[in-house]
Design a binder for this molecule. Structure first.
Ligand code: NAD
Length: 279
């Protein structure tokens, strides 16, 4: 049964992140955009990181500002150490600190293994895995410096890594992407183990199939969408807002005891629906 995309969704009634400072990478489109907006709606001031499309990022800033919180766009390639360090330095100047990092920026450069150039392999690992590491490292330095401020949050800081169901589901023709997300899983769990004693919560959100520019060809024709729905027990393709809601909750103190976990936002894709009728 297909359900309307926004059926039953209610706006969060509580300013779950009031007074917190959030940085969302790759926030000019798709999941990052929806997440940046939702964090702003929840009361956070938000840095909207983007890599090339300035106007789109400025639109996100205006939408966030409409909630009465602060926001600005910052251009940085998350795979470049100097640019990541500069992004956090500016955030310290403008907002004073960082409470929430959503390491979301990512890309696909698909190819069969025999056609996979080293450049494609490296680019996807550089952005999807090394980019998350660089941002997480800078965030943890600031969380350690500042420590817990009880009136802001029970935690010294929160990191949410944007992973994918392909952190556990193999994906032929996408070895670089699946390897990058498998790496995100163990990086996230290791950082969670390492940093939890200092009051830092590191977790991941793993989307299934979400309607965004990264995967347009997977859902933009009726045939493609029908094929995709065969992989989704819940019967609909996901929306960026589905992922944004999970990230916002994970960042909030409602989830204060959740550490080192992945929340799958996938309509059941990781339930291996191919096995539903036997196997
Ligand atoms: P998207 O293409 O709309 O978003 C990715 C964003 O990352 C873009 O805004 C892009 O400009 C930015 N980006 C790319 N390289 C960058 C760099 N070097 N530095 C800074 N920003 C950079 O697609 P999306 O679906 O919203 O993807 C967001 C995240 O969600 C990615 O990590 C992706 O792997 C993950 N994800 C998406 C899906 C899905 O079905 N859409 C499923 C699982 C995981």
């Amino acid at each position: 049964m297909t359900q309307p995309a926004d059926a039953g969704r209610q706006r969060m009634p509580l300013p779950l992140l009031r007074g917190q400072k959030a940085l969302v990478t790759g926030a000019g489109s798709g999941i990052g955009r929806a997440t940046a907006v939702e964090l702003g709606r929840a009361g956070a001031d938000v840095v909207v990181n983007y890599s090339s499309a300035r106007e789109a990022a400025e639109e996100v800033v205006r939408e966030i500002e409409s909630f009465g919180v602060r926001a600005y766009a910052h251009r940085a390639d998350v795979s470049r150490e100097d640019q990541v360090v500069g992004m956090f330095a500016r955030m310290a100047e403008e907002f004073g600190t960082v409470d929430v990092l959503v390491a979301n920026a990512g890309l696909q450069q698909d190819a069969a293994v025999t056609e996979m150039t080293l450049d494609r392999w490296n680019r996807v690992l550089d952005v999807n895995l090394t980019g998350q590491f660089l941002c997480a490292r800078e965030a943890v330095k600031e969380f350690d410096r500042r420590g817990v401020v009880p009136e802001v949050s029970r935690a010294a800081g929160k990191i949410i890594c944007m992973s994918s169901v392909h952190q556990i589901i193999p994906w032929a023709g996408h070895a670089n992407y699946a390897a990058s997300k498998g790496g995100v899983l163990m990086m996230m769990r290791t950082l969670a183990q390492e940093c939890a004693p200092r009051g830092i919560r590191v977790n991941a959100v793993a989307p299934g199939a979400i309607r965004t520019p990264i995967n347009t060809e997977a859902w933009n024709t009726p045939q493609a969408e029908a094929g995709l729905l065969g992989l989704i027990p819940y019967g609909r393709v996901g929306d960026p807002a589905d992922v944004a809601a999970a990230v916002t909750l994970l960042a909030s103190d409602l989830m204060d005891y959740v550490v080192g976990t992945t929340i799958y936002v996938d309509g059941g894709m990781t339930l291996y629906p191919g096995f539903a009728a036997g196997g």
